[in-house]
Each structure stands twice: as C-alpha cells, then as structure tokens.
Design a protein around this ligand. Structure first.
Ligand code: AMP
Length: 128
C-alpha cells in the first residue's frame, strides 16, 4: 500500500532499476532479501546503501507491507554488511531518509551505512 504523501511505488526509480540489473552498481553484498552497494556520491570513506528487494518507498511502507521474513532478512543483511566491512569495532552510522523533510531522493526504502572515520555530529545544525 502506498504511504500517504509519497504516492505509489515507482518501478522506474533508480534502485528498482539497479535491482533488476538494468543499471550497474558496485555491489558489496546480496542475498534473497537485500542488495548493498557503494553510494555513487560518497559522504564518508565508507558509504554503502543497503536496500531491500521488496518494493517499498519508506520505512513505514516496508514494515507494514513486507513479510516478516523480508523484514528480518533485510535487517540481518544490514548487520552482515557492517560486519563484513569490518565496521563493528571502529563503529559506523546508519541513516534512512523518509519523505520531503529528510531530502529523500530515491523513492525505494534504503539505509545508508557510513564509516571509516569519526563521523562528527549526527545532524548538521541549521544556520542562524
Ligand atoms: P536518499 O537521499 O536517502 O534518497 O539517498 C539516495 C542516495 O542514492 C544518494 O546518496 C545518492 O548519491 C545515491 N545514488 C543515486 N543514484 C545512485 C546510483 N546509480 N548508484 C549508487 N548510488 C546512487
């Protein structure tokens, strides 16, 4: 079911096209529930996107409409990616943007995984 304010799932969004293999990505992990790849415009030394295969726009859409296996599989995949990238000990940050106020650009639910250096404050402070 589409999440209010975000409209219907767009099958032509860039992550849907990456999942279908129509656009290449620098893959770091994949299983039946998730795909992880390097962000094309990295904001940290490690900047990986983890996306579920389920067609969801947002966290609310994903957790309401994906199966329990898909939800568990996705979050296990996020953990596996962090472990496989060697980020457990130094630490890392997960971030997910939802909707207009967050600046979400790609309307397919995804988690950003940042690491590889001290990451600084959690949010940029608005000027003024
Ligand atoms: P968001 O603002 O949370 O929707 O983030 C979307 C992210 O997708 C941005 O960090 C982009 O740099 C990244 N991105 C867009 N297109 C691609 C692509 N083809 N391959 C990898 N990352 C991409």
């Amino acid at each position: 079911m589409p999440v209010k304010g975000l409209g219907a799932y767009d099958d032509q969004n860039i992550f849907a096209r990456i999942l279908r293999g129509e656009i290449p990505c620098r893959k770091v992990f994949e299983d039946q529930f998730a795909l992880a790849f390097h962000d094309i415009n990295p904001q940290a030394p490690v900047h990986v996107l983890v996306i579920p295969r389920h067609r969801s726009i947002s966290f609310a859409d994903f957790t309401a409409n994906a199966s329990q296996a898909e939800i568990a599989g996705f979050f296990r995949a996020v953990g596996a990616v962090a472990r496989e990238l060697g980020l457990e000990a130094p630490g890392y940050r997960l971030l997910a943007n939802m909707g207009e106020d967050s600046g979400q650009e790609v309307p397919h639910f995804h988690v950003h995984l940042f690491g590889g250096q001290p990451l600084g404050p959690m949010l940029a402070r608005p000027a003024g």
